[in-house]
Design a protein around this ligand. Structure first.
Ligand code: MRU
Length: 358
């Protein structure tokens, strides 16, 4: 996608293949900065500190983390240590494990001397595949938007939560890929953007990238969706996901479950867009089995923003010693999901239908 008219991906190798560069998402929307990752430690830190975030992008960054590590230490022991460290960076998005295991499976069968070059190529392949997958999710999902437009004959209102746009992937996005494809095809649409406390990925990232592409959108506070649905102002919801179980339970940014409940109560179609590597075939019951990341209290007690003097500052919102709980994700049971939009088509969120994706 484009930033100020210039095409960008969220992650790319430097010209000399010595490092990778990323868009530093902690600086958006007020500053557009890129950062250079030169080592596995840099990649680990970028994932932990959420300079890169979003399940698919976490997976690709981890793959490049393995590749950066192989440049210096390509032994079996070094590979194990690298993979273990990267695996621990964030617990919920299964794409992290998927990316690392794909690298490990390839490299384990190679002589040490060949690992560095092969790892670099494989990480680049994973990144390119992510772009193709997301583009295909966009094609399938845009048909759903088109069908609603043809029925309504008026602008389609789509609600989304968190950021599952191109910033959460290498390009195109998951939940927003259908929006971009439909918008590019001339279908009139408008996106309700949940701000997504505590880190505000909606208000800062989704609003920013939709704005860059010229897509009409409005930021709403997280509790507004139900009200809008009751008044017929949401035609469909599309969200991304960090892990889907084999029976279609969907783990996504905290607050997604409440939107799905409201959508169910109001007869609003609730779609989840995902690349198939986001399916964890080893798990069935998402509520019981998916590890939910708990992050620092400060993400809840504080908020950062642009001050009138042009500086970005963080301020305290709560009484000084108030404790806060910060669960990063929740699980939406499969029964509340209208359909899964994948690169291979739209399927029902149930065990039988999902077997086609295996
Ligand atoms: O904590 P984040 O910002 O990494 O969480 C991201 C989300 O929950 C997204 O909705 C999800 O990863 C899907 S991204 C295509």
């Amino acid at each position: 996608m484009k930033v100020n008219g210039k095409p960008f991906r969220t992650i790319w190798p430097t010209a000399d293949n010595a490092a990778v560069e990323i868009i530093d998402q902690t600086k958006l929307p007020h500053m557009f900065h890129t950062a250079r990752l030169e080592s596995m430690r840099d990649a680990e830190r970028a994932i932990k500190d959420m300079q890169v975030r979003g399940a698919p992008l976490i997976g690709v960054t981890a793959a490049y983390g393995v590749a950066l590590s192989m440049k210096h230490h390509a032994s079996d022991a070094a590979m194990k240590a690298t993979c273990d460290m990267l695996l621990a960076a964030r617990p919920t998005a299964v794409n992290l494990r998927w990316g690392i295991e794909r690298m490990r499976a390839l490299l384990a069968q190679m002589p040490e001397g060949e690992r560095a070059g092969a790892a670099w190529q494989e990480a680049a392949r994973i990144a390119d595949e992510d772009v193709a997958i997301c583009s295909s999710i966009g094609e399938h999902g845009s048909e759903l938007i088109k069908a609603i437009y043809q029925k309504r004959n008026d602008s389609v209102n789509i609600l989304t939560h968190c950021n599952a746009g191109w910033l959460a992937t290498v390009d195109w996005g998951t939940a927003l890929a259908p929006v971009y494809k439909a918008f590019n095809a001339g279908i009139p649409l408008h996106v309700w953007v949940d701000e997504t406390r505590p880190r505000n990925q909606g208000a800062s990232l989704t609003a920013w990238e939709l704005g860059q592409h010229g897509v009409p959108h409005t930021v709403i506070v997280d509790n507004t969706g139900g009200h809008l649905m009751q008044h017929g102002r949401v035609d469909m919801a599309i969200v991304g996901t960090d892990r889907v179980t084999s029976k279609g339970d969907v783990c996504n940014k905290i607050g997604t479950y409440l939107k799905a409940l409201a959508a169910h109560d109001n007869g609003v179609p609730f779609y989840v867009a995902l690349p198939t590597p986001t399916i964890d075939w080893t798990m069935q019951d998402g509520v019981k089995d998916i590890p939910i990341e708990e992050r620092a209290q400060e993400e809840v007690t504080h908020i950062a923003g642009l001050c009138d003097d042009g500086q970005v500052r963080s301020v305290l919102l709560t009484p000084k010693d108030t404790r806060a709980a910060n669960f990063g994700f929740d699980v939406t049971p499969a029964r509340l999901v209208t359909g899964l939009i994948t690169e291979r088509g739209v399927v029902k969120a149930d065990t039988e239908a999902m077997k086609l994706l295996k």
